[in-house]
Write a protein that binds this ligand. Sequence first.
Ligand code: NAD
Length: 319
Amino acid sequence: MPSNMLARQALRASRHVRCLSSSAVRPAAEVKRLGVVGAGQMGLGIALVAATKAGVPVTLVDSSQKSLDKGLAFADKLLAKDVAKQRITQEQADAARALLKPHTTLDELSSADFVIEAVPEIPELKFDIFAKLAEICPKHAILATNTSSISITRIAAATTGGNPTDTSNSSRVVSTHFMNPVPVQKGVEIIAGLQTSKETLDTAVEFCKRMGKIASVSADSPGFLANRILMPYINEAIICLETNVGDRDSIDAIMKNGTNVPMGPLQLADFIGLDTCLSIMKVLYTETSDSKYRPSVLLKNMVDAGWLGKKSGKGFYDY
Ligand code: NAD
């Protein structure tokens, strides 16, 4: 779609957000319990920041007990590091840790006021979870996704039970796109789908502020802002590697030392997860039909090999 058409669509969508209203949604200050679905690197980070900064109890749901155990062990490690560096006291660390309640079923979210989903970047998986959340969560609860690239409008449509004109659930769907690592990165991208109400958008912005974050609003367009800019940069670095324009260390060194970023693009890809990078490039490519977003063959091969970066122990670097 030409960019001027996209801009007009974004403007129409933002006007629509101002018109739609959902009276059931509560203000951010009244969020008493957060639900987080997915205890991987993003979900765990979101849960921990909500506990330490906003002081809200968090119901942390993951279908894998192993992921929950791993995530909570990581939370213990991060809290211990904060105590050692005198960023927080031992009492504050213990209080935050006590707010994290792990569970393996979505049914535990029946008393959550705000839910953030952070499961893998697979459209059908997210649609299925949102259809269930619309049934399980209280009618005033905000249903937020941490998706990196999937359309918020499509995720919201999954909550309508086949009746798109009923916006009672879809109006409370929004994206709170946290950045990795969540405890460190200040920015959160907030994205409204076509159905999202103004109250939902405002509550999402305010709740992110309660978590100590700086919220920026962008349109529901493929990749939104952050990944539309970041992922083609990472993909291009991988193409440079596969076509021998530079080796791994040269590529990362020139970008790190030449553009004043904390790490080069290949190391960053390892930290994000190569499966996540590939999923985002596929969305950008298929949604825009623009060849400039074609994923690198090497990226696809590495994901097929199971070399997903830091989380699998091997990517462009060994961990
Ligand atoms: P991850 O693979 O580290 O974690 C996903 C977790 O979801 C796993 O623990 C898995 O067990 C769990 N899960 C899978 N199916 C589930 C289900 N049906 N119910 C409950 N839990 C389930 O992934 P991640 O890197 O944390 O990414 C999560 C989301 O955040 C994705 O949408 C991703 O695109 C997005 N995101 C990732 C980054 C990043 O840098 N990794 C940055 C911003 C946004």
